[in-house]
Design a protein around this ligand. Sequence first.
Ligand code: R5P
Length: 149
Amino acid sequence: MRIAIGSDHGGFNLKNDIIKHLEAKGIEVKDFGTDSTESCDYPEFAEKVAKEVVAKNFELGILICGTGIGIGIAANKVPGVRAALCSDTFSAHACREHNNANILTMGERVVGKGLALDIVDTFISTNFEGGRHERRVNQISELENKYCK
Ligand SMILES: O=C[C@H](O)[C@H](O)[C@H](O)COP(=O)(O)O
């Protein structure tokens, strides 16, 4: 599995913890920045990771900012992205199984490191269930086709 990861300054430290955690498990992770805690703007890093995931250069993406909200809103503007903000493992499981989420977003100012790593593990190890959920995810794509010109 290959994972694309990115953050703004507000998610920089948690992003590094996640990279270390995934690499220790032998998972390939590519870091699309930012590279320090110096203030920056999250849409830039959301777009970098979103483009890679939609192009299928990576199976999944992870985006971290202070809350996980802004970077997720930005990523969801890229057609084909289904970014899910998670602060608990139940949501991390459900967003993969039901929504086929392809990007996980979290807030470094919201979740502690231990919980965040559990959320990551749940997200990357859960598969899309298909069936009735596939019909609904297809309807999301239809909305995208209708409104995203
Ligand atoms: O949704 C936005 C993110 O949480 C940002 O990380 C946050 O707004 C950055 O705030 P500040 O510039 O005050 O560090």
